[in-house]
Write a protein that binds this ligand. Structure first.
Ligand SMILES: Nc1ncnc2c1ncn2[C@@H]1O[C@H](COP(=O)(O)OP(=O)(O)OP(=O)(O)O)[C@@H](O)[C@H]1O
Length: 414
């Protein structure tokens, strides 16, 4: 027998759980798909397409919906002789300037032998080349800019949607589909860019547990052999997914992790326990990644909230986090940040999903204020912050977490 043997007990087609798998039907997105379809209808009518802006948190189906509808649109458009539709999809991750986007677009329309270099031209010259390519291609051209918020200057986002109105294009009818999971991006656009790029806007809300169950079931039917998933596994993955962020990608990853653990255990079935183990393992990875990217002050703020949490003092206001944070910064030999900057770190921790926030209202006279609590497993957080804990010292509240016998490094805080 060889060293590697094919295992076939759990998965029929594991790739169906991967992010790049395109399901035949999208489930739980009827309303958004209806609106999206309506905004694309002018293409089939031979009219100038609308510019559309899709936004919503990560993993809520923006890209999947776009691929799904554009596939249909392309095959339906092929039925009409007078419609010549081209679709260009560009992920803007790694393309930070309008110049880079414009050169990439020019090259999309050119042969491999005729590509332009991505540096060295004046921007206006690249735009001229782009208009030329678009007009030579002609017909209706839909340009999808996924992760559009990565573009740091908005020149191309102004120029492209207005190319025809500004007389840069004569024959081609272009439509832009911008996709973003950054909620502040739209707000930060200049009004002139916003009004042309965001002609139509479609918000994709987070999925609830029922929708996630539908999505997971659809994939599981393809991915796993019949009766391999024990009852309740999908429900549990969906429940965790809805609690975390309503993100389909995360839930699919969890189901795959559970399947992998079952396979490694040579189990015949995937059971709830595999899901739980999978969640811990994925969460550990995510926390490590999130915490690894924080600055030292970020770690200190988190350590402060975590110890308050362990003492049962959360949800806690930032003014009550401050003394703990200050004392920890001093122990670490670092100057504490001013309150406002400390709050920025609290906000970053919320964005990363490590802390939770609740807005409170003090009644008629008082304003609103925020209260913070820890939203991830404290043990995992501590294990990802070992360096900071070592630098500051072990706070008594986390002693149990660390399960260490030594009390020699215990520190006193107010
Ligand atoms: N309604 C759905 N039905 C079936 N699969 C879905 C659905 N929504 C999302 N998915 C799947 O979940 C994964 C993530 O979806 P997608 O890439 O579309 O998210 P997104 O909103 O574009 O996220 P990001 O902003 O991070 O790019 C993909 O594998 C996709 O096929």
């Amino acid at each position: 027998m060889g060293m590697f043997e094919r295992d076939t007990d759990i998965y029929r087609d594991r790739d169906a759980l991967r992010e790049d798998y395109q399901p035949e039907q999208l489930v739980g997105r009827d309303e958004e798909l209806d609106t999206y379809q309506t905004t694309l209808q002018p293409v089939i009518n031979g009219e100038q397409p609308n510019n559309v802006f899709l936004y919503g948190k990560t993993g809520v189906g923006k890209t999947a919906a776009t691929r799904y509808l554009l596939d249909h649109l392309q095959s339906d458009a092929a039925e009409y002789d007078d419609i010549d539709l081209s679709v260009v999809m560009l992920n803007c991750d790694g393309l930070t300037s309008s110049y880079q986007i414009a050169t990439r677009l020019v090259n999309e329309f050119r042969d491999d032998t005729d590509q332009i270099s991505t540096t060295g031209y004046p921007r206006a010259a690249v735009y001229d080349m782009l208009w030329n390519e678009l007009d030579t291609n002609g017909g209706t051209i839909l340009i999808v800019l996924d992760e559009v918020d990565h573009i740091e200057d908005d020149s191309i986002l102004y120029q492209l949607p207005r190319a025809r109105a500004n007389g840069n294009l004569e024959t081609a009818k272009t439509g832009i589909i911008g996709i973003s999971n950054d909620f502040s991006f739209r707000e930060d656009l200049s009004p002139k860019v916003r009004s042309s790029l965001c002609e139509e806007e479609i918000h994709f809300p987070a999925y609830d547990a029922t929708e996630l169950q539908q999505i997971l079931q659809q994939r599981a039917d393809v991915a796993f052999h019949e009766s391999v998933l024990e009852e309740g596994v999908i429900r549990l993955c969906a429940a965790y997914g809805a609690k975390d962020a309503g993100d389909a990608r995360q839930s699919l990853d969890l189901l795959m992790k559970a399947g992998d653990i079952a396979r490694d255990d040579s189990a015949e079935h995937v059971i709830d326990e595999h899901v739980r183990q999978g969640r811990t393992s994925l969460e550990r990875g995510r926390i490590r990644e999130g915490i690894g990217g924080l600055t030292q002050h970020g770690h200190l703020v988190l350590y402060a909230v975590l110890t308050l949490d362990q003492q049962g003092k959360t949800p806690v206001r930032s003014r009550d986090v401050r003394p703990r944070y200050t004392s920890m910064a001093e122990r670490a030999g670092i100057n504490p940040l001013v309150t406002r900057r400390m709050r920025d770190h609290l906000s970053e921790l919320i964005m990363l999903g490590i802390l939770d926030v609740t807005e409170r209202n003090e009644g008629r006279r008082g304003g609103t204020y925020r209260e913070y609590s820890v939203s991830m497993d404290p043990e995992l957080i501590i294990s990802a912050m070992a360096d900071t804990v070592e630098l500051v010292g072990i706070h008594e509240s986390i002693e149990k977490l660390l399960e260490r016998e030594s009390t020699s490094t215990l520190q006193d805080y107010q």
